[in-house]
Design a protein around this ligand. Structure first.
Ligand code: HEC
Ligand code: HEC
Length: 290
């Protein structure tokens, strides 16, 4: 009996050592992933200076979610303090990191997910923005280069022990990094299937999956990201209500932290209508394919 207990104790002690060593090793691997530099060649885009392009860029910062994470005035915010990370969306104005960026480094951060120091930008959805056209990226950068400086000192992004362990594995640290060249062109914004397809397959597909067929969420605890073909069959009123207030036809209130309807609410009616017209084609398109 006593020897049996002794052996059991030794086995438990050995298991604890294995777990501690594995955690330590994983945290080292994670730290190396976080610090890894990614080389990305970007073709410089011509940055316009006319007021119409700058105004379009400001609108894009609203509808593509920059304001949701980096704040309405883009001066940044701590998005969450609890758990494995302190998640800080940096101050993008000239008083913050914006002061150190030029056209090329802006583009590398936005469409390739790589910061000025070459490391991967965590949570920043560059995997979506990689599908942005040169013309839209140029307008967005033109706007970012004209925003007023806003002083807002923020504590830096921080990976705690569990954050580093997670960064060793399927955390999706690389989800946003895109080293390949950008190729998309953008149709005129408006109530057309073509424009809806452009925005849908760029922004919405990042979570709803390619072809918007639905996908598992990658945020732990977030609801399943549904197929968008059913929403294409909603009435125009139901669709615009859901994408401006977060309330679906069944009365379900969507959390803007998991479904960014605050961004779609900033679209013009015609831009959202383009999305609706595109989603309305999904059911037929899939039927034709199968
Ligand atoms: C879902 C939230 C989210 C959205 C949407 C988002 N960002 Fe970010 N962004 C972040 C976070 C978090 C970081 C910090 C990442 C890091 O340091 O690993 C970041 C980093 C950046 C950086 C690098 C800053 C630095 O430290 O060098 C730039 C530039 C940037 N974002 C621009 C934008 C622009 C422009 C948009 C809109 C087109 C945008 N972001 C949309 C969350 C977001
Ligand atoms: C950051 C991830 C994310 C992005 C980006 C995103 N969605 Fe969603 N979406 C979700 C999640 C998660 C849900 C489920 C929310 C819930 O059940 O509360 C959802 C739900 C929806 C619904 C409700 C569907 C239903 O049948 O109830 C619609 C409509 C929708 N999204 C449209 C869009 C459109 C259009 C875009 C692109 C402009 C988009 N979403 C981009 C995550 C996302």
């Amino acid at each position: 009996m006593r020897t049996a207990l002794k052996w059991a104790g030794l086995v438990v002690a050995a298991l604890i050592i294995v777990v501690v060593v594995a955690g330590f090793v994983a945290s080292r691997v994670g730290a190396a992933n976080i610090a890894a530099a990614h080389a990305v060649e970007v073709e410089p885009v011509d940055i316009p200076t006319d007021s119409a392009s700058v105004a379009r860029g400001a609108h894009l910062a609203g509808i593509y979610g920059c304001q949701d994470c980096h704040g309405a005035d883009l001066s940044g915010q701590v998005m969450s303090e609890e758990g494995p990370f302190r998640l800080t969306a940096p101050n993008l104005t000239p008083a913050g990191v914006g002061g150190q960026y030029d056209a090329e480094t802006w583009d590398r951060a936005i469409r390739h997910g790589v910061g000025a120091d070459g490391t991967a930008l965590f949570v920043m959805p560059s995997g979506a923005y990689h599908g942005m056209s040169d013309a839209e990226a140029a307008a967005l950068i033109a706007y970012l280069q004209t925003v007023d400086p806003v002083a807002n000192d923020l504590p830096p992004m921080e990976y705690r022990f569990m954050g580093r362990v997670l960064a060793a594995g399927p955390l999706g640290l690389e989800k946003g990094v895109r080293t390949e060249p950008t190729t998309a062109s953008s149709p005129e914004p408006g109530a057309t299937v073509e424009y809806g397809a452009y925005v849908g397959e760029m922004m919405c597909a990042y979570c709803h999956g390619e072809g918007l067929v639905g996908a598992e969420a990658d945020q732990p605890g977030a609801p399943y990201v549904p197929d968008l073909a059913p929403a294409g069959q909603w009435t125009p009123e139901q669709f615009h209500t859901a994408l401006t207030t977060g309330v679906t036809p069944r009365g379900h209130e969507m959390d803007p932290q998991v479904m960014p309807w605050t961004s779609t609410a900033r679209m013009t009616y015609e831009e959202r209508e383009g999305l609706r017209l595109y989603l309305a084609t999904l059911a037929d398109m899939r039927a034709a394919r199968s």
